[in-house]
Write a protein that binds this ligand. Structure first.
Ligand code: RIB
Ligand code: CA
Length: 326
């Protein structure tokens, strides 16, 4: 078990479920906080309990309910990908464990103020994280880093420019990227490299644990629902990549850059605007000789963007993890 202490803020969600299964096995998960996103808040918190019961950890990882809607925008959900329940396709009974009393934002604030070196792993809209920063700005000095699944260095999936998690609550995302906390951005440009196939599902079933059967059921549903037209046989469990990055830092190649969020563009609201120019070579504000001497890494790289996935290493981590759950 890594000593990396994390709070997992998520909106399960099939791919959030994989992030939970990876994080609980390999990280010190202090708690899971649910946020409205893929499905309404009541669904995502229930689904988080379902996943924890499927892997036998519902007694040791508390689940809190957070914000049911974005800071400014109306909630947008994704039933076309995750089904009416937010986690369609599994065969688990309704969870018997219950969501903790108390709000997730208070749990985040209290935990960070009382515990050193906490990392936030966020795989849904960033509403809870932004509200925690607004409620107690001092957490920005205490949080080690924030690793998100969200945004993209290239194209979007909800609009041509914006990825779902960022677009659902762009104001919250802008608050997080401008908080001063280092952000590891696992964007669509990376997560579209992580597709599970029918061979993956066969391997899950071959592992034969309750967790791997659960994973196989989720993947089969997500493949059919998520039906990527450029490759309809593949399911990208986006959020699992963000968890994998914290578990195995060498699984992902990244680059430092300044990232901010567009809030008002007619075509670009919710876009993560990534300043990659210092890595591209000459541009109006750069001076190659000076930058080489000074080690300039671009305007205030507040983040690092994931660029390349070690797909075989990632798959091995997923298989090994599912095999370790009895
Ligand atoms: O765009 C993919 C992201 O949106 C994932 O986190 C998925 O769970 C949805 O929340
Ligand atoms: Ca998610």
């Amino acid at each position: 078990m890594s000593t990396k202490r994390v709070i997992l803020d998520c909106d399960p969600g099939h791919d959030d479920a994989f992030a939970i299964m990876l994080a609980v096995q390999h990280l010190d998960v202090l708690g899971i906080t649910g946020v409205g996103g893929n499905s309404p808040l009541g669904n995502v918190t229930r689904n988080a309990l379902t996943v924890l019961e499927a892997i036998g950890h519902a007694d040791d990882v508390p689940v809190y309910a957070g914000c049911s809607r974005p800071m400014v925008a109306e909630l947008v959900t994704a039933p076309m990908f995750h089904g009416k329940s937010g986690l369609d396709g599994h065969h688990r009974p309704a969870p018997t464990h219950e969501v903790q009393r108390g709000h997730a934002v208070d749990f985040i604030v209290d935990t960070v103020m009382g515990t050193d070196d906490v990392t936030l792993l966020a795989t849904g809209p960033l509403t809870n994280v932004a509200e925690a920063l607004n409620r107690e700005p001092r957490i920005a000095d205490r949080i080690s880093e924030i690793c998100i699944m969200g945004g993209s260095v290239t194209f979007g999936n909800w609009t041509p420019a914006a990825e779902f998690n960022i677009l659902v609550d762009p104001e919250a995302a802008a608050r997080v990227f401008n908080s001063g906390i280092h952000v590891k951005m696992t964007g669509l440009n990376l997560t579209r490299q992580c597709g599970f196939t029918s061979e993956t599902v066969r391997r899950f079933r071959e592992i034969g644990t309750q967790a791997s059967e659960f994973a196989a059921d989720l993947t089969e549903f997500f493949t059919s629902a998520g039906r990527r037209l450029d490759d309809p046989t593949v399911a990208c469990m986006h959020d699992a990549c963000a968890a994998a990055w914290l578990i195995g830092p060498t699984l992902i190649r990244s680059a430092p850059m300044h990232i901010d969020v567009e809030l008002s563009g007619k075509l670009t609201r919710g876009m993560t605007v990534c300043d990659y120019r210092h890595l591209c070579g000459p541009h109006p504000e750069c001076d190659i000789e000076r930058d080489a001497q000074t080690g300039y890494k671009g305007d205030d790289p507040n983040a690092e963007a994931a660029l390349e996935l070690d797909y075989d290493g990632y798959l091995k981590l997923v298989y090994d993890t599912l095999a370790r759950y009895q």
